[in-house]
Design a protein around this ligand. Structure first.
Ligand code: ATP
Ligand code: LTN
Length: 357
């Protein structure tokens, strides 16, 4: 995992790559968001954040800590604040470079919620009700006490993306449906009011898009899972990582190989392969005749080693609080310049009277 090396942030370098509309040949734009709901885990990294880092080579990227999404599930305020800064730190520690990419907190750019309101007028109740994440979070029972915010969550996500006219959205498999809804809303708005939004495409990695829970390989790894043995947080200590991998469920039999009959090993071999940069065949050959214990012990060390540079950078960032705040301040300025231009166009298309000077 490439860690972003500590260098000074200077606002000139950042304004040099301001809104790319001003450039003759703009690179395609990427937007993605992560909720500040706790420590990110290997699923978040392998499914999404790894792509956040890689896409910086070819795209102009905006990465957002989506705090307004996080409040659809109640969280103590001190925890939300801590998680917001920590999630921004995780982007940086994983290799998001704030001199090349924009890093923001969603609530710092008010146009996200403004556009969400306007998109609410083109979104249908029926399509929001069909969102599987909504169904999962409500347990399929849409009772009297399900919040409007939880229901409307995908419209705010669409606003996040469309606000910046992003071409591509790196996400894990579970967010594909939300990006499809975003495409539908963009097209519906464009048809009704004239071409305004870019219709974005999801970027979902061929491997790692759905890392499964260590304690239950039939469900995705999730930071909101009931047990900490479900996931490996990117901030887990080496001993915690070893303990969790040792306790990870395995399948019947002894062979280390992926397969439809082996959901647990399929997941563990995928994690090993992605972190070590090795093909599944190489791993299968190495553990032929050896059994699960040897494989798990080595997987623990591969994971500890892969996370070490990230964790070192997290410690540096924790000791330098001003750095992250500078990144977020400059990020918000740059993002707002792009957002304001989109909103001006949206107001005009819809027929809202401009505020008199
Ligand atoms: P969680 O379920 O862990 O609380 P989330 O999906 O609700 O996470 P985020 O933390 O905002 O919310 O997700 C950040 C990114 O990580 C998203 O692009 C999401 O698709 C991806 N992601 C989340 N879980 C996994 C997983 N198990 N495997 C691969 N990608 C994942
Ligand atoms: N819904 C996403 C988080 C999210 C997002 C976005 C992802 C909010 N806005 C815009 C991509 C683009 C989740 O639960 N992981």
């Amino acid at each position: 995992m490439a860690a972003y090396g500590g260098h000074e942030l200077d606002s000139c370098a950042m304004t040099a790559s301001r809104d790319n509309e001003e450039r003759p040949a703009r690179r395609p734009r990427v937007f993605s968001g992560t909720q500040p709901t706790g420590a990110l885990h290997l699923g978040n990294y392998l499914g999404a954040m790894r792509n956040y880092v890689a896409l910086q080579e070819t795209h102009d990227c905006i990465y957002c800590v989506v705090d307004l999404h996080a409040i659809t599930i109640r969280q103590p305020r001190a925890e939300l604040k801590r998680n917001t800064i920590e999630t921004a730190n995780m982007f940086l520690a994983a290799g998001v470079d704030p001199e090349r990419s924009i890093v923001i907190v969603q609530s710092h750019v008010p146009q996200h919620t403004e556009l969400a309101w306007i998109l609410n007028t083109v979104a249908y109740m029926g399509e929001l009700r069909r969102m599987t994440q909504f169904k999962d979070k409500t347990g399929g029972v849409e009772g009297e006490s399900v919040s409007v915010g939880l229901f409307d969550y995908p419209v705010l996500m669409a606003a996040d993306i469309l606000l910046y006219r992003a071409d591509a959205v790196p996400v894990g498999e579970d967010q594909k449906q939300h990006v499809e809804l975003t495409r539908d809303l963009a097209e519906r708005f464009n048809n009704a009011f004239g071409k305004t939004f870019v219709v974005p495409a999801p970027i979902i990695p061929p491997e790692g898009a759905r890392i499964m829970g260590l304690d239950d390989p039939t469900k995705k790894m999730s930071k909101s899972a009931g047990s900490a043995y479900n996931y490996i947080a990117l901030t887990d200590s080496p001993d915690e990582i070893r303990r969790k991998i040792k306790r990870a469920v395995t399948d019947s039999g002894t062979e280390v190989r992926p397969g439809d009959d082996k959901p647990a090993l399929t997941n563990l071999v995928a994690i090993y392969g992605l972190l070590a940069g090795e093909a599944a065949e190489t791993i299968i050959d190495r553990y032929a005749g050896k059994g699960y214990a040897d494989f798990k012990a080595d997987l623990a060390e591969v994971t500890v080693d892969a996370l070490a540079p990230f964790q070192a950078r997290m410690r540096e960032l924790a000791d330098d609080k001003g750095f992250t705040l500078d990144v977020l301040r400059l990020g918000a300025e740059r993002a707002e310049a792009i957002a304001a231009r989109t909103m001006q166009k949206v107001h005009e298309r819809v027929g809202l009277v401009p505020r008199p000077d």
